[in-house]
Ligand binder design. Structure first.
Ligand code: TXA
Ligand code: MG
Length: 333
């Protein structure tokens, strides 16, 4: 166990799991590993506990939380299911898929920011599953970063962002996927919409359901945006450095690489290596690139670069999700 100014990182021993389950039951916050990114968890049925999440993250009250469960029986209390949602849950849970469904009254309004819908997911990370089982509560958990910053994919990232603001971090190693879950609005079975792309692709959802699934594209001035995809109201996933995106980094772009500007290729370039040149994955493997993206953005941010010139992902299994995060990180400019 490591201690610094009140924030502890716990290894996933049976004793620590039992201890942290007790903390959750008494309304404390615990940062937890998931297969996507680390989350900041509290008892989802306790509004006072969940309020602490918003405070610790500096998260505005109009950005609702995702509820994590470990057993389908927990759903009845939280959300109203339908056949399409049931099918997706059967195929993709536990895993990186969040379902938006009509909410039940047991879920505090604070958790859903007053919306009539609730976002639920069953995570796959074995340590989190043990913790969910031990505390026997649904856990509300947004990503464990200060609001708007890059999501954490290690326990150390959580501590770097929330040191002193939270007391407990459960260390489950580096996140296997590295990007947040796919969020899909399944309230209307005839109009299934992806609100946030993730490791489960639109093609996988369509194949599973045998029906159209569309990407929700908010109109800039849409009246109902806050009702449908509240998280899209704000810029997200942004490092402090300015991000500029390129379909390909050219020889001319490379001339700009210096102590203030990092160049991030998607795949290791044939030549053009040297100082200030980086890549997401040597072979351009999309799964590994996704896993590394947030950690690399953080590293470049703390290395003092003011600008990050980054290549977008070429078509591939994780391209939707990687490019969504890159675009949102760049949207700050
Ligand atoms: O992979 C993940 O989803 C991670 C891990 C910790 O599970 N969680 C995560 O949570 O990314 P967060 O809070 O950073 O992002 C949740 C997103 C927000 O953009 C929020 O607006 C959206 O989910 N959301 C939550 N409830 C919603 C609802 N009822 N309708 C539409 N969007 C909702
Ligand atoms: Mg987040």
């Amino acid at each position: 166990m490591n201690t610094t100014t009140g924030t502890r990182i716990y290894r996933g021993t049976a004793r620590n799991i039992a201890l942290l389950a007790g903390k959750l039951r008494t309304g404390e916050l615990v940062a937890v590993p998931t297969e996507t990114v680390y989350g900041l968890a509290a008892n989802a049925l306790d509004a006072r506990a969940c309020r602490r999440i918003f405070t610790a993250k500096g998260r505005p009250a109009n950005d609702p939380l995702i509820i994590h469960i470990h057993h389908l029986a927990q759903l009845d209390q939280l959300a109203v299911m339908n056949p399409a949602a049931r099918r997706l849950a059967e195929v993709f849970w536990p895993g990186p898929l969040t379902l938006v469904l009509p909410k039940r009254p047991a879920v505090p309004d604070l958790v859903t920011s007053g919306l009539p819908s609730v976002a639920v997911r069953m995570p796959r990370h074995p340590l989190l599953r043990r913790l969910l089982h031990a505390c026997d509560l649904p856990l509300a958990a947004p990503s464990a970063n200060p609001f708007g910053y890059v999501s954490p994919t290690t326990a150390e990232h959580v501590r770097a962002g929330l040191n002193g603001k939270i007391r407990h971090i459960l260390d489950g190693g580096p996140a296997r996927i590295g990007l947040e879950s796919t969020i899909v609005d399944v309230r209307d079975p005839r109009r299934i919409r992806v609100l946030r792309p993730g490791a489960i692709s639109m093609a996988q959802l369509r194949n599973c359901l045998g029906q159209p699934v569309v990407q929700y594209r908010p109109q800039p001035k849409a009246q109902n945006l806050a009702q449908v995809a509240p998280g899209m109201l704000t810029r997200h996933y942004s490092p402090n450095a300015r991000i500029l995106l390129r379909p390909r980094i050219t020889a001319r772009d490379l001339l700009q690489c210096d102590a203030r500007t990092a160049c991030v290729f998607f795949q290791k370039p044939a030549k053009a290596t040297g100082q200030h040149v980086y890549w997401l994955d040597a072979e351009g493997d999309q799964t590994r690139a996704a896993r590394r993206l947030f950690a690399l953005l953080r590293k470049l941010d703390t290395s003092g670069y003011r600008t990050i010139l980054a290549e977008t992902a070429p078509p591939g299994p994780m391209a939707e999700a990687i490019n969504d995060r890159l675009r949102r990180a760049a949207a700050k400019n």
